[in-house]
Design a protein around this ligand. Structure first.
Ligand code: HEM
Ligand code: SF4
Ligand code: SF4
Length: 437
C-alpha cells in the first residue's frame, strides 16, 4: 500500500514512454522491502514522500519547495543544491531534499562496476533517485539530508576517485560530444580536451570566483551534438581547413542506390530514389558543389563546412586532414537581457595537447570578465555592454570579416582619439575665426 494516494500521478503510468512514476514507485517499494538489509541514512519513505509532494503540486498547480538553500562540503563553494519542502510535517521524508552534482566522465561512458558503486553509496545515503544526467552533464543524485553531504563526499572521493560537479558563480561542469570515441566526423579529441580543461580549472570549478556562472562545452564538429553553441559561454567546435576528401567510387554507390543517403536516417518514409543534385548539390548553402554526372566536385574555397554533404554521404565525403576548432563566446539563456548563442571569436585554432593556446585564451577572457563583469552578468552580456571590440582587444585578436554576420548599418561609430588627426581637444575661438556666430 502506497504511503500517499497519487491519483493524478498514477495516470502517468500508462502510455508507451518509460514512466518516471512507475520507476519511483519501484524504488519506494524496494526501500520498504530492503532486500540488502541496509541501515538507511535518510528516511526509508523518501521516494514515497516525493511522490506525495509532487501529487500535491499537481493538485495545487504550484511548487512545494521553499526558496533556495545553502549547503555544501568544506573546501568547496558549490556542488550541492540545497532544497527544503514547504510542507515538512506532511512529507517528512523530503523535509531535506538536497541534490548532489557528481562530475561525470566526458561523453558519459561507464563501467557497470562504477555505476554500481555510485548506486550502493546512494541507496544508503540518499533517496535512491537520480537524474542521468543534468543538462550541464553532471550525474545528479536527487535528494538527501545535510548530515549526509560530507559522508557522500568522503565516499566518492576516497572510494570512487570521483569529485563533485560545479554550481554557483564559477566554472560549471564541462561536457563534450562523444567525439573520436565513435564518430568519424570528429575534428579533435573532444573528450580529452574536456577532461584536460576540467582538471586544469578544478579550482575555478569548486570555488566560485567569477561574477556569474561560466560553462565550457566541446563539439568535435559543427553538427553540435552537445549544443556548445547554445549552452556554453565558451564553445569549442571542431572543423578543418583543407579540402573535403571525396571518394568518387562511393559517390557513385550513393547515386546507384547501393549506399543509403544519410546512413538510412530517413528510411521510415519513401522519399524516392536518391537524387544527388536535389539532395546535396542544390542544398549546399554556398552552392560550391557540382555533379558532372560521373564526378562530384567541391570548390573548397567557398565551402563553409556546414556538414550537409558529409552528413548525407558519410561513406563518400570526409572531413579534411588539417583539423582544429573554432571558438565561440557568449551563449546564454534569456535572463536578463535576451538569449544569445555563441559569437565567433577564433575561426581556427589548433587543438593538441597540452592545449596551451586554448588555456591562454581562456585566461585572457577570464582576466577581463572577472574585473569588468558586473555582478551576475554573463560574459555574453558583458560583450554586449562593453562591445565585441573590447573582447578582441583583451584577447589580442585582430578584427576580421569572419567576426560578423554583417557589418553595422548604423553610423554611430567610435574612433579612438589617436586614430583621428588633431585629436579631440579643439578651441572654439579658432573655429569662430572662420565661422561667425
Ligand atoms: C508623417 C511621417 C513622418 C514624420 C512625422 C517623420 C518625422 C521625423 C522626425 C521628427 C525626424 C527627426 C528629424 C531630426 O531630428 O533631425 C525624422 C527623421 C527621419 N525620418 Fe522621418 N518622419 C516621417 C516619415 C518618414 C518616412 C516615410 C521615412 C522613410 C521612408 C522617414 C525616414 C526618416 C529618417 C531616415 C530619419 C533620420 C534622418 C537622420 O537624422 O539621419 N521618415 N522623421
Ligand atoms: S558533434 Fe560532430 S563529432 Fe561530435 S558526435 Fe556529433 S557529429 Fe560527431
Ligand atoms: S560542407 Fe556544406 S558548404 Fe561545404 S560543400 Fe558540403 S554542403 Fe557545401
Amino acid at each position: 500500500m502506497a504511503k500517499h494516494a497519487t491519483p493524478k500521478l498514477d495516470q502517468l503510468e500508462s502510455g508507451p514512454w518509460p514512466s518516471f512514476v512507475s520507476d519511483i514507485k519501484q524504488e519506494a517499494e524496494s526501500r520498504t522491502k530492503n532486500p540488502k538489509g541496509l541501515d538507511y541514512q535518510i528516511p526509508v519513505d523518501c521516494p514515497s514522500d516525493l511522490l506525495g509532494v509532487l501529487e500535491l503540486s499537481y493538485t495545487d498547480g504550484e511548487t512545494h519547495w521553499k526558496h533556495g538553500g545553502i549547503v555544501g562540503v568544506f573546501g568547496y563553494g558549490g556542488g550541492v543544491i540545497g532544497r527544503y519542502c514547504d510542507q515538512p510535517e506532511m512529507f517528512p521524508g523530503v523535509a531535506h531534499f538536497h541534490t548532489v552534482r557528481i562530475n561525470q566522465p566526458a561523453a558519459k561512458y561507464y563501467s557497470t562496476d562504477f555505476l554500481r558503486q555510485i548506486c550502493d553509496m546512494w541507496d544508503l545515503r540518499g533517496s535512491g533517485l537520480t537524474n542521468m544526467h543534468g543538462s550541464t552533464g553532471d550525474i545528479v543524485l536527487l535528494g538527501t539530508q545535510t548530515a549526509q553531504l560530507e559522508e557522500i563526499f568522503h565516499e566518492i572521493t576516497h572510494k570512487m576517485n570521483t569529485d563533485l560537479g560545479g554550481s554557483g558563480s564559477n566554472l560549471r561542469t564541462p561536457e563534450s560530444c562523444l567525439g573520436s570515441s565513435r564518430c568519424e566526423y570528429a575534428c579533435y579529441d573532444a573528450q580529452d580536451l574536456c577532461y584536460n580543461l576540467t582538471m586544469e580549472f578544478q579550482d575555478e570549478l569548486h570555488r566560485p570566483a567569477f561574477p556569474y556562472k561560466f560553462k565550457f562545452k566541446f563539439d568535435a564538429c559543427p553538427n553540435g551534438c552537445v549544443a556548445a553553441i547554445a549552452r556554453s559561454d565558451f564553445a569549442v567546435i571542431g572543423t578543418w581547413k583543407d579540402d573535403i576528401r571525396i571518394d568518387q567510387a562511393a559517390v557513385k554507390a550513393y547515386v546507384g542506390g547501393e549506399f543509403k543517403p544519410n546512413a538510412g536516417a530517413h528510411a521510415g518514409r519513401d522519399w524516392g530514389k536518391f537524387d544527388i543534385v536535389e539532395e546535396v548539390v542544390k542544398r549546399c548553402p554556398t552552392k560550391c558543389m557540382t555533379w558532372t554526372g560521373s564526378e562530384l566536385r567541391i570548390n573548397n574555397k567557398e565551402c563553409t563546412r556546414c556538414m550537409h554533404c558529409i552528413n548525407t554521404m558519410p561513406r563518400a565525403c570526409r572531413i579534411g586532414n588539417e583539423r582544429g576548432a573554432s571558438i565561440l563566446l557568449g551563449a546564454k539563456a534569456p535572463v536578463l537581457d535576451g538569449a544569445q548563442m555563441g559569437s565567433l571569436l577564433v575561426p581556427f585554432i589548433e587543438v593538441s595537447e597540452p592545449y596551451d593556446e586554448i588555456k591562454d585564451l581562456i585566461g585572457k577572457i577570464w582576466d577581463w570578465w572577472m574585473e569588468e563583469g558586473k555582478n551576475r552578468e554573463r560574459i555574453g552580456e558583458t560583450m554586449k555592454r562593453l562591445s565585441f571590440q573590447k573582447l578582441l582587444e583583451v584577447t589580442g585578436i585582430e578584427a576580421m570579416p569572419q567576426h560578423v554576420c554583417e557589418p553595422r548599418h548604423n553610423p554611430y561609430m567610435f574612433f579612438k582619439e589617436e586614430e583621428v588627426p588633431g585629436g579631440w581637444n579643439r578651441d572654439i575661438a579658432a573655429y569662430r575665426k572662420r565661422h561667425l556666430r
